[in-house]
Design a protein around this ligand. Structure first.
Ligand code: GAP
Length: 582
């Protein structure tokens, strides 16, 4: 047998082969195929659904169990106020342009970048190594289309004017059209909206992390790349709330200090340890760096190849409206480097926005070691004025005013200026016990679907066994949708094999029984869905109660007693075939 390590370099159409396998073997199917399908919507078939579930579980093991980020589950429909506050209604836009001839709507900046790249024009808006990160502004995109005469990549027709297109899906909550709703574009906003309750849950102490896995929705303009760009996708996000003055010191930094990562940033390209990246200010602070390391741990655990994983810092133009620093974990696939996760420092942006919109305080009281005497400018609400003016909202306005110290300019509550006659501004000397701090948020945010695709591509292999070509999916053992296959060598042994199959199922293995076709064909069928171990019941089984266990990757076999089979397989799933079959 010959193993084709590094095969991916030699398979030109790897992405087509992976997709063909995924469709044929029940990992991925285009949604609503019987009605012609819809770009950007994909189903997970039975094997894909188990694989995805296991990827999500690996994520939970690291971030929920390992990091103690507690999970919550909030609705996928959000109210208008939520997204007014978050900025998604005004800022969550992509640039579109329509072809005047064929009327195809295209992502304008992608058309421009693609044109500049393919025609070899050095674009001053792109860093050479990060060309895929180019995000030209609307004005710049229009200028480039006009000055280079860029035309429709599909039909060559002229392009119209560049527009903003908001990616949010809208809906209405309840009958009639009274209350607008939006399908969430990220799970994070549900977490921010729960901040006051979360703070109480975590007993008013920072830092704490909150995790959420669920569907997010983005009305992507022209999603053409399988499950890489979806209109409905699974997000796995953690929001870590931290005192901003403590971002530079993560309590568990030592655990990751020596982890090495591949880095691509404006100031540094190469490999460095997490500690060196922090010490040299390549990564801004320990909280970001720590989560980058945990992110790497997750990707390696689920089978993303380390040699095809890098961390790229966003260019200033590229950053989401809420972030001051963001790193993408990128996996190299035949689609190029694709963003699998973003690790962002969202600062206090979201909490401050929701504080303004809701009028509720989004701060944590952080006590000093001993009280301090300080002069403060405070806002004193005048209830006799606020009462008649704001009626049943007056208390909320007064409470809000009382939280403000050192005000500058207008005071805004629920998007409106508070009438200045409703308060006085006074300077007082106070004994202060502590500070109200708006936490900063460090957010590792993962795309589960892109991760699943990358795992499939990195696991896909073709080699030759006994002179026959085979496809083999070299998934990490624990991730395989079928963990053990059970085969009778010949029909006469079916009954005994079913017994073994039932035993393994009872013991909690994901097991499949297969008695059709030659034994070779059955092995091939399971090799290509990544089943790590195949148990064969043969004539010796009847004589001495043993079976053979075959390893998917090496095709080696060992003989083991049925009496200890479950222990053997558990050990193999945990430590690998070689480690448990010396
Ligand atoms: N809350 C932060 C946030 O949403 P993002 O970079 O927009 O950040 C995080 O998304 C991850 O979600 C990305 O790294 C990517 O893996 C995944 N993702 C984003 N848009 C996607 C889409 N249209 N289809 C599939 N996955 C997507």
């Amino acid at each position: 047998m010959q193993l084709d390590k590094g095969h991916e370099d030699s398979i030109d159409d790897l992405k087509e082969r992976v997709l063909e396998l995924a469709k044929r073997r029940g990992f991925l199917w285009p949604s609503y195929e019987i009605y012609g399908g819809v770009a950007g919507l994909w189903d997970y078939g039975p094997l894909g659904a188990i694989l995805k579930y296991k990827v999500e579980n690996a994520w939970r093991e690291i971030f929920v169990v390992g990091e103690g980020a507690l999970p919550i589950d909030t609705p996928t429909i959000g109210v208008e106020e939520l997204f007014l506050a978050s900025g998604h209604l005004s800022n969550f836009v992509d640039l579109i342009v329509e072809c005047v001839t064929c009327h195809t709507t295209l992502r304008a900046d992608h058309v421009v970048v693609e044109y500049l790249r393919s025609s070899g024009i050095a674009a001053d808006l792109c860093e050479p190594d990060v060309a895929e990160a180019c995000v030209p502004s609307r004005k710049k995109t229009q200028e480039l289309i006009d000055s280079y005469g860029i035309t429709c990549p599909d039909c060559g027709g002229p392009l119209g004017k560049v527009h903003d297109f908001n990616l949010m899906f809208t809906t209405h909550i309840g009958p009639g059209t009274q209350r607008k709703g939006y399908l969430r574009p990220e799970t994070a906003q549900g977490i921010f909206a729960d901040f006051p309750r979360l703070l109480r849950f975590f007993r008013d102490r920072l830092p704490f992390g909150v995790a959420q896995i669920g569907k997010s929705y983005r009305n992507e303009i022209s999603p053409r790349q399988g499950i890489i760009r979806l209109r409905e996708f699974t997000h796995a996000e953690v929001e870590v709330f931290v005192n901003p003055s403590e971002k530079s010191l993560h309590p568990r930094f030592d655990e990751v200090a020596n982890v090495e990562i591949d880095i691509l940033s404006k100031d540094f390209v190469g490999r460095a340890t997490i500690k060196a990246a922090c010490d040299r200010d390549i990564i801004a602070h320990e909280y970001l760096a720590y989560h980058i390391a945990r992110c790497r741990e997750f990707f390696l655990r689920v089978g993303v190849r380390e040699s095809q994983l890098r961390f790229r810092q966003h260019l200033p133009d590229e950053m989401a409206h809420y972030a001051v620093d963001c790193w993408d974990a990128e996996g190299l696939t035949q689609h190029g480097w694709i963003e699998l996760a973003g690790i962002a420092d969202r600062t206090d942006y979201d909490l401050r926005q929701h504080e303004r919109q809701s009028g509720l305080q989004m701060t944590v009281f952080v006590p000093y070691e001993k009280p301090e005497s300080v002069e403060r400018t405070i806002v004193r609400p005048k209830m006799d004025y606020l009462g008649p003016k704001y009626k049943d909202k007056a208390k909320q306005v007064a409470d809000y005013l009382a939280t403000i110290s050192d005000p500058s300019g207008h005071i805004i509550f629920e998007g409106q200026d508070v009438d200045p006659l409703g308060y006085t501004i006074e300077t007082v000397t106070q004994s202060v016990l502590g500070d109200f701090v708006t936490p900063h948020v460090i957010e590792p945010s993962f795309g589960i679907d892109r991760t699943v695709y990358t795992i499939l591509e990195h696991a896909y292999d073709e080699d030759t066994v006994d002179g026959e070509r085979r496809i083999v999916l070299r998934l990490p053992d624990g991730l395989a949708p079928v963990e053990v296959a059970v085969f009778p060598l010949v029909k006469a042994l079916n009954e005994k094999a079913v017994e073994v199959f039932r035993l393994l199922r009872r013991e909690g293995f994901l097991v499949e029984y297969d008695d059709s076709g030659t034994i070779g064909r059955r092995y091939r069928r399971h090799d290509e869905i990544g089943t790590p171990f195949a148990v064969t019941v043969d004539h010796e089984t009847v004589e001495n109660g043993t079976v053979t266990v075959r390893d998917r990757d090496t095709t080696k076999q060992v003989r083991r007693p049925i009496a200890s089979l479950t222990a053997t397989l558990r050990e193999m799933l945990k430590r690998g075939f070689a480690a448990s079959s010396p």
